[in-house]
Ligand binder design. Sequence first.
Ligand SMILES: NC(=O)c1ccc[n+]([C@@H]2O[C@H](COP(=O)([O-])OP(=O)(O)OC[C@H]3O[C@@H](n4cnc5c(N)ncnc54)[C@H](OP(=O)(O)O)[C@@H]3O)[C@@H](O)[C@H]2O)c1
Length: 337
Amino acid sequence: MKAVGSYKALAVDEAEAFLDVEVDKPQATGRNILVEVKAISVNPVDTKVRKRPHPDETLRILGWDAAGVVTAIGDDVSMFEVGDEVYYAGCITKPGSNSEYQLVDERIAAKKPTSLGFAESAALPLTTITAWEAIFERLGVSKGGKDAGKSILMIGGAGGVGSIAIQLARKLANLNIIATASRKESADWCKARGADHVINHYEDIPAQLDALGLPMVDYVLCLTNIAGYWKTITDVIKPQGKICTIVDFFEDGNLDLLKPKSATFAFEFMFTRSMHQTDDMDEINELLSETAAMIDDGELVTTVGDVSGPINAENIRKVHASIEEGRAIGKYVLEGW
Ligand SMILES: NC(=O)c1ccc[n+]([C@@H]2O[C@H](COP(=O)([O-])OP(=O)(O)OC[C@H]3O[C@@H](n4cnc5c(N)ncnc54)[C@H](OP(=O)(O)O)[C@@H]3O)[C@@H](O)[C@H]2O)c1
């Protein structure tokens, strides 16, 4: 089968950073389904893993977002049948979706939205899992509307995660959403997805919140390197408020700043359940299934920003380069081989 991989950790412009290769098609066993990959999307995690050294210089296949068709199932699979159209992010410790066929544990896959094609579906899984877990599990926001009207500051609103996080916070919790964006097109994108207010992350955030009459917020969801925003976040979080970040500090963050406000801090890492094979791994199937139903009911929209042609080394390289610029609006998707 075709795949795109590399044997070394390389910069995006190095010739061998992305190679079109032929590898053996895997066999479905246990709870794995074998998926014929029809479309993928690329996330910042792909660019980060690409730059990590391979200890043994074996072939590494990146990619953690796909939509495709189930072509075989392991003996213990009970949730899917051959022919089902699925979408999933997969597991960071397993070969990725930049390959014609991929094995994925059934508990972390779901049937894709029937109203979307493969490309539009592939844009969603990784970021949806992240946003859902961050908002409803780490921040503990109620899905039933109990927290309606509470305020959430989302730093980095127009990226892949922000694009679905805004929609989930709007549709399932009716929060008062203040998203950040630094350009007119990224600000417009946040508003179109349901943000109540958009402020600029490169300008004085407390002053902009003051101007909105919201000097402090109930929740902060940080979708970019938190270190640069840590002091601001601790200033604007309400007493007993909750903060979640999906990105590392990259330098020391002083958690003591939270003590006077008894504020809660949580990390979200969407691969936790799959890489640790937690008992509740099938929550991922459930949240992706719920999301697919909401899309089919017209309550959520796909987050595709750009469909960048067929899946091959050259096109994946171009998308990595764009993501590394840090100015993505929505998701980059590739479709077909
Ligand atoms: N922990 C997890 O499970 C998890 C899951 C998914 C992603 N992540 C990480 O979360 C981050 C965001 O992912 P993503 O897919 O949303 O990324 P993305 O799509 O590449 O994000 C692009 C957006 O980031 C905004 N941005 C760039 N620099 C910024 C800054 N200094 N401050 C605030 N916003 C800034 C840009 O907004 P403007 O153009 O408007 O400036 C742009 O719209 C990445 O680091 C990714 O690796 C973690």
